[in-house]
Design a protein around this ligand. Sequence first.
Ligand SMILES: Nc1ncnc2c1ncn2[C@@H]1O[C@H](COP(=O)(O)OP(=O)(O)OP(=O)(O)O)[C@@H](O)[C@H]1O
Length: 283
Amino acid sequence: MIKLSDINFRYKKKKPLFENLNLTLQPGFIYGLLGKNGAGKSSLLKLISGLLYADRGNSSVFGLDASARKPEMLQDIYLIPEEFNLPPISLSSFVKVHAVFYPKFSQNQFNAYMAEFELSDDAKLSTLSYGQKKKFLIAFGLATNARVLILDEPTNGLDIPSKSQFRKIMAAALDEDKIIIISTHQVRDLENLIDNIVVLEKGTIVFNQSIADISERLAFEYNLVGIPEGEILYAEELHGRKAGIVKNIAGVDSRVDLELLFNGIVKNATTINESFTSMKYEY
Ligand SMILES: Nc1ncnc2c1ncn2[C@@H]1O[C@H](COP(=O)(O)OP(=O)(O)OP(=O)(O)O)[C@@H](O)[C@H]1O
């Protein structure tokens, strides 16, 4: 479990980013972390992985204090950042140097992921495209078998076939011990992949629900004509029609449209959250 308790954090000479932030993430789930530019997603991921220290509060990963960055914790967490610099060495040398820090690293799994992404490990990292580097890091990160895998904008730079490979690989990699956190603006890339959505807005968690509960409580409509005003929680223009989020009163689970949901939360999280008020959640 990852537990952020009463986190307070500010960058030097800036106003506070997180004030008394609480968040619990459970193993066995893939979390989608969404938020507008500057909402605090990368900073939150760094606090979880011990790359930033909270001014107050505590971040623990499977019971270990993240800020202590002890080997027991570091070997169980792998963060693929949005931006990275890789050394000008071959892929196989990178693996040789870095795999030793991850006792559960599996060369066989790494080879399988590399084959899936059509990468060869005799290439030099410096000769790979950005998308290929990203795929290499995803293959390496998964093969570490770290219990916590954090991916910041993983599908940036991935071509269309690679995005579906990514979804397939991530879904297969999840097991009941793992927590996978994916932060992205490419919400469509997360469809049919994530189990939970956490939305950050200016350093505050404004939404935190499972896809199962969302699909039970909300419905996503692409033509709101005829739907009573009182049932509409959010509306926007889409291809000349009004699309939006409505209360799910049919009692049938709906298909969650992440883009509409995100837009609705950004515009009016309070109204969307009211649909969940009868449920109890620990943020
Ligand atoms: N190293 C830093 N020093 C000072 N301020 C920073 C630093 N890194 C981020 N910030 C500020 O913290 C806030 C949150 O930034 P963060 O990168 O966590 O947001 P984000 O949600 O990941 O954004 P994006 O979607 O644009 O990547 C922003 O206002 C940003 O300017």
